[in-house]
Design a binder for this molecule. Structure first.
Ligand code: OAD
Length: 262
């Protein structure tokens, strides 16, 4: 016999199981909470969020880049190094497993590569990638290799200034591949995400606070297009109201339990 406490923690709410079994086109929308159990800090969680210690105006805006590109480049190198030292969690692996036997499109705000390293194909990185820097002048893509990131195995400090490399083609500064506040999203990725959501019959919203637009508008798009919307997040968020079902669990606990039921 199972204790009732365990049942509350471990059971997937039946309507969510039913919706997942019935769905033929699934979209998983992910935010920083997806990677939290891999040890990657979120942005807005109290105490641990990156935006508690760092100012997005300095580090994630075109103005910040113009003011101090060495500080910005160093910070993104630090974040890339942290991701390189982290592993996908059970939630990433469960989504990858689900993709093996169903149509599951992933649209993520995350700039890490943990979905891919768990074996998933990612439809859209709507906020770019830590591992795809490009020239701030001519736009050509640049490589960011591990030797550059890891610094002989010594993790650089978050606020260490590192001069960005020069573009081999035009001599401009290579900039981080993440989208900054005030910039538009990569068009192809955004369109792919929006189209997938419109065509979906189930949309899972995992680990996002739902405050950064336009991504935060996708649950509403899903809902008006007729999809069932499920939120997986330990706390209530700005997009909770858009969800048909809200499951207060974490990515690495909830997703494996759900996928095991399918
Ligand atoms: P936030 O830091 O705003 O929100 C993280 C969400 O994850 C919160 O709702 C947490 O409750 C939830 N969370 C924490 N741990 C979790 C876990 N283990 N499992 C599931 N959920 C968990 O991160 P985002 O919503 O992704 O943009 O932030 C959106 C954008 O703001 C980011 O892409 C980034 C940031 O500024 C850019 O850099 C352009």
């Amino acid at each position: 016999m199972t204790h009732s406490h365990e049942q509350t923690v471990d059971a997937v709410p039946q309507p969510i199981v039913d919706a997942a079994r019935a769905a033929s086109r699934i979209v998983v929308l992910t935010g920083a909470g997806m990677s939290a159990e891999s040890g990657i800090a979120t942005f807005r969680d109290a105490r641990t969020g990156l935006w508690q210690d760092f100012d997005p105006k300095d580090l994630a805006s075109p103005e910040g880049w113009l003011a101090d590109s060495d500080l910005v480049w160093g910070w993104y190198r630090w974040r890339a190094a942290l991701v390189r030292r982290s592993e996908p969690n059970a939630g990433h692996r469960a989504v990858a497993q689900w993709q093996q036997h169903a149509q599951v499109d992933i649209a993520t705000q995350n700039v890490d590569d943990l979905h891919e390293r768990a074996g998933s194909t990612v439809l859209a990185h709507v906020h770019g990638s830590l591992f795809e820097p490009y020239c701030s002048e001519c736009g050509v893509r640049a490589e960011l290799d591990d030797t550059d990131i890891l610094d002989d195995g010594i993790l650089i400090d978050a606020d260490q200034r590192v001069p960005p490399p020069d573009c081999p083609r035009c001599g401009g500064l290579i900039r981080p591949g993440a989208v900054w506040f005030g910039e538009s999203l990569p068009e192809q990725a955004w369109e792919a995400a929006e189209n997938a959501v419109r065509a979906a019959d189930l949309v899972l919203v995992v680990g996002t606070s739902g405050v950064v637009y336009p991504f935060a508008g996708l649950p509403a798009v899903a809902r008006s297009a007729g999809a069932t919307v499920v939120e997986i997040n330990p706390v209530e968020t700005e997009v909770s109201d858009m969800a048909d079902h809200r499951w207060r669990t974490t990515a690495a606990v909830g997703l494996p339990l759900l996928v095991a039921q399918l």
